[in-house]
Design a protein around this ligand. Structure first.
Ligand code: PMV
Length: 340
């Protein structure tokens, strides 16, 4: 039996991916940009094994057996095996052996906390190790979950939408490595760790079909904003970075509301967190905290290390019933996971 275990971290988008131009190949309608957490933080851990003794393919997610028929999973497995066959590294007999996949997240699954990104990045990486596949993994990971392509690289990562109909140029590129901005911190406020109401794939499809605002966003706002965001990251210009992240998150959620039927991801708690951040920033006269919300109510806050104690104090003050826990650091130092 051959067996590989690995972990892959979550990434948090500050310029969001929302909408596909090709559902099958998972090709987006705009570029996106994210920060990848350090892998000892929020991550997926996956073990893959093959053996001539296995009689069928099987998969377990967070301890529960799931159907292998999931088309995205099938796509990833097929593509990795195709590359392995082409490279001639793996004998056909090993490619024919049945597989067992066991994956678990160390954070809430499908609560709008980028679990699929970590999960598919991890699966693809593990499969490539198992079958000896080398080269760019982002194209493979993208076919599991779009945002997964950004989790195969560390630091700040830009997923370029590409123009090729087959998606060969729709790849992730590292903007800067994790060492670039050592004072940057990410705090995740978990407003609700239940499953999200509308999965992002369904929400995106709905938005592409019904939202004029989404079209405007993809064609007009994001192309300019992402250049400004890349520059802010390169310059370590926190105020511009935070302002752009908040603007982009709000625009993504506005397109979700402009969708028919609307996709409502943010809750009243999410809006309270957003209000608090704006009040703090008004007080300082410049953004010292930025937020972003994925397809769920949980807030991802970006701030510099020096402001972490203040922010934690204010969260405890304004959300007194919160259960506050501290869990390690996304960019090598220390970070806090504050649960509301
Ligand atoms: O990769 P998916 O299908 O889970 O979509 C992710 C969508 C957002 O998290 C809302 C935005 C993003 O860019 O990660």
């Amino acid at each position: 039996m051959d067996l590989v275990t690995c972990t892959a971290p979550v990434n948090i988008a500050v310029i969001k991916y929302w909408g596909k131009r090709d559902e099958e190949l998972i090709l987006p309608i705009n570029d996106s940009l994210s920060a990848t957490l350090a892998s000892e933080q929020m991550h997926a851990k996956t073990t893959v094994s093959i053996s001539p003794n296995f009689t069928e393919d099987r998969i377990w997610l967070n301890g529960q057996e799931e159907a292998m028929a999931n088309p995205r999973l099938v796509n990833c497995l097929r593509e990795v095996k195709r590359r392995a066959r082409e490279s001639g590294q793996t004998p056909q007999t090993r490619l024919d052996w049945h597989i067992r996949i066991c994956s678990a997240n160390n954070f809430p699954t499908a609560a709008g906390l980028a679990s699929s990104a970590a999960g598919y990045a991890c699966l693809v990486y593990a499969l490539c190790q198992l079958y000896g596949v080398k080269g760019d993994l982002s194209e493979l990971a993208r076919q599991g979950s779009g945002s997964a392509c950004r989790s195969v690289l560390g630091g700040f990562v830009r997923w370029r939408m590409g123009s090729d109909a087959q998606g060969h140029d729709s790849l992730a590129h590292q903007v800067v490595g994790p060492e670039h901005w050592p004072d940057m911190r990410i705090i995740i406020l978990v407003a609700n760790d239940g499953q999200k109401k509308v999965p992002s794939s369904i929400g995106m499809k709905r938005s592409v079909g019904t939202s004029e605002l989404l079209k405007f966003r993809a064609e007009n706002t994001v192309p300019k904003r992402i250049e400004a965001m890349e520059k802010a990251v390169q310059d370590r210009d926190f105020a511009t970075f935070a302002a752009l992240a908040m603007k982009d998150s709000n625009e993504m959620h506005a397109t979700c509301l402009d969708t028919t039927p609307p996709c409502v991801y943010m809750s009243s708690t999410s809006h309270q967190v957003s209000d608090l951040v704006h009040k703090i920033n008004e007080h300082f006269g410049t953004p010292i905290v930025g937020y972003t919300f994925d397809a769920g109510p949980n807030a991802c806050l970006f701030l510099l290390k020096e402001h972490v104690p203040l922010l934690v104090h204010l969260v405890r003050h304004y959300f007194p019933t919160s259960d506050t826990t501290f869990k390690g650091d996304p960019f090598r130092g220390r970070d806090f996971d504050v649960e509301i």
